[in-house]
Design a protein around this ligand. Structure first.
Ligand SMILES: *Cc1c(COP(=O)(O)O)cnc(C)c1O
Length: 373
């Protein structure tokens, strides 16, 4: 049985009429950049997340770069983050000449180990970028307490975290991206809320930061052809916004389905020796964007999956402190042992709302057979 790691076609087939109508309507009404579909989608994200402002941009990566620029993560300032993530969480710091300062991850959650943050704060530290990775948010209570104490800006990389909510010791659940000064989402097709191409968003509760973001995404222009800043050309595409508005209507169902699928995996894999299933920490509402296992003989298992036509992914095979592009930072192997160990054992199994129970059964049986040998 062939099991795709991800496919967009099942969802499209299910809701073809709606997607086709949404896309056709943009074209029939005459293409406009930042058209009404973008404005409507931004409003819908504000309503869903509780963010005061949601501003559509061209990708999650652009959202990180623009927000880093606005928050002053540049010119030799230091920004604390973790090395076990996608490149964009750190390249946004380096892009404007700020210095990424890595802190290792918590081995249960793969998110930044908040107990190690304060040791790395210096008089140059400007901010923290926590990354809400795979299925859960970072410990935002501790991160916000540290940032308040040291007067740091917090930019949440919530690229993978649409729908995740953190309560911690607080009184209510807050959507990812809305706890720090600014937060970003990615609408890359595989993400929980994915477009049919690239897209991203910046959210903030701060009026001034929102105003700047809207200026920065159109070349720094406060009005047409009047440039107050050197900005970006980074707008959420109108057709993508139309697609995303259709998907947002069904997001709660999609999130619930992901949880059901995660439970199928947990049930079927829990007693296999050789596999560890990571847990969730803190009072929060996770979203199973990625379902990871920590596997003994990971690379051999990956081969077995491939042989059985089962899609998988390895996030992330090389932590960022060991990437060539960051060699100038002077880190070496052994600096972040938890991240390095995770990169050797982690393996992501297929999870998306349209995957069937029979497919999950087949994946789990294949894994079980592998460890019997
Ligand atoms: C996907 C992702 C990004 C980048 O988003 P794009 O929309 O692909 O540019 C950034 N950070 C993390 C953690 C991601 O997973």
């Amino acid at each position: 049985m062939k099991v795709n790691f991800y496919t967009s076609t099942r969802e499209y087939t299910d809701k073809k009429l709606e997607f086709d109508a949404a896309i056709a309507s943009v074209i029939e009404n005459g293409i406009s950049t930042l058209g009404k579909e973008v404005v409507n989608f931004e409003k819908a994200v504000e309503a869903f997340t509780g963010a005061k402002h949601a501003i559509g941009v061209a990708s999650g990566t652009d959202a990180l770069v623009i927000a880093s620029d606005i928050l002053g993560f540049k010119h030799g300032k230091e920004v604390i983050t973790s090395p076990f993530t996608f490149l964009a969480s750190t390249s946004c710091i380096a892009k404007h000449g700020a210095v990424p300062v890595f802190v290792d991850i918590d081995e249960e959650t793969f998110n930044i180990d908040v107990n190690k943050i304060e040791d790395r704060i210096t008089d140059k530290t400007a901010g923290i970028i926590p990354i809400h990775l795979f299925d859960q948010m970072s410990d935002m209570d501790t991160i916000m307490a540290i940032s308040k104490q040291h007067n740091l800006k917090v930019l949440e990389d919530a690229a993978e975290a649409f729908g995740m909510r953190w309560k911690g010791n607080g009184s209510e659940y807050n959507h990812s991206g809305t706890v720090g000064d600014m937060g970003i989402f990615s609408f890359f097709p595989t993400k929980t809320l994915g477009a049919y191409g690239d897209g991203g968003m910046i959210v903030t509760n701060d009026d001034e930061l929102a105003k700047l973001t809207k200026i920065y995404r159109v070349h720094g222009a406060s009005k047409k052809y009047h440039y107050d800043y050197i900005g970006y050309n980074s707008r959420l595409d109108t057709i993508q916004a139309a697609v995303l508005s259709v998907k947002l209507k069904y997001i709660n169902e999609a999130i619930a389905k992901r949880e059901t699928i995660a439970n199928w995996y947990k049930d079927r894999l829990k007693d296999i020796e050789g596999i560890k299933i990571p847990g969730i920490k803190g009072d929060q509402k996770p979203v199973y964007y990625v379902f990871n296992i920590l596997a003994e003989r990971r690379d051999e298992l990956a081969e077995a999956l491939k042989k059985n036509e089962i899609g998988y992914s390895i996030y992330y095979p090389v932590p960022l402190h060991l990437q060539k592009c960051f060699s100038y930072l002077g880190y070496k192997k052994g600096d972040f042992p938890v991240s390095e160990k995770a990169s050797e054992k982690i393996l992501a199994l297929p999870i998306y709302p349209e995957i069937t129970e029979a497919e999950v059964d087949f994946v789990c049986q294949t894994i079980r057979d592998f460890y019997k040998k």
